[in-house]
Design a protein around this ligand. Structure first.
Ligand code: S6P
Ligand code: ZN
Length: 192
């Protein structure tokens, strides 16, 4: 393995961005509009195309032994009754895990098992200080249920890789929506 130099990154809360920026990936509504339940609400907002989330990847070799790490920022907001969320994915190397550390805001971490059996769904709370463990073989999506940006760090093996296609197509079996002013976990009737 080549010697890689130690590197520091810092999240600038005044400007809500990472410094140095690294690789910045932004997801606006039109990058994921089909993933929201309420397609009428999507149509109304499409022209405006709000940013849903962004993440700053520190550039690290995608090799075993390294640790990828990034800071994600999910904006507050809803499409219809469904909160802003990440697309969600599982790792190409399914046996790789991940740790999330919530730095600001409030949300839910939606986890769905990726095995041959019927998927199991679990939800973990994300709030300032939460250290959440995503074990191997669980797809993961973060949802901002608060009224400020949800900011969290993700740390995972260098060679984990990401698979989006299946979740882009099928979604998760549960959705996180606002009901009577509070987050509720409901079945995704379109799952499958
Ligand atoms: C990577 C890690 C996060 C996400 C980021 C965006 O393994 O879980 O850095 O990439 O939160 O979510 P997504 O689902 O669009 O990759
Ligand atoms: Zn991941």
């Amino acid at each position: 393995m080549e010697l890689f130099s130690p590197v520091n990154s810092k999240f600038n809360f005044a400007e809500m961005k990472m410094e140095p920026e690294g690789e910045l990936i932004t997801r606006n509504l039109t990058d994921m509009d089909w993933m929201f339940k309420d397609q009428r609400a999507v149509e109304k907002l499409k022209a405006e195309d709000p940013q849903i989330y962004r993440y700053y990847n520190v550039k690290i070799p995608e090799e075993k032994g390294h640790l990828q790490h990034c800071i994600s920022v999910i904006n507050p907001g809803k499409i219809g009754e469904e909160y802003y969320m990440t697309k969600g994915h599982f790792h190409a190397r399914k046996e790789t895990a991940e740790v999330y550390y919530t730095i600001q805001g409030r949300g839910k971490l939606l986890l769905q098992s990726v095995t041959d059996k019927k998927p199991e769904v679990q939800v973990l709370e994300m709030e300032k200080g939460s250290l959440s463990y995503v074990p191997p073989c669980w797809a993961h999506r973060c949802v901002n249920t608060g009224n400020e940006e949800l900011v969290f760090a993700g740390i995972y093996p260098g060679d984990a890789g990401h698979i989006y296609g299946e979740i882009e197509e099928k979604g998760f079996a549960r959705l996180i929506v606002e009901r009577e002013g509070r987050p509720a976990i409901i079945d995704n009737l379109k799952y499958g």
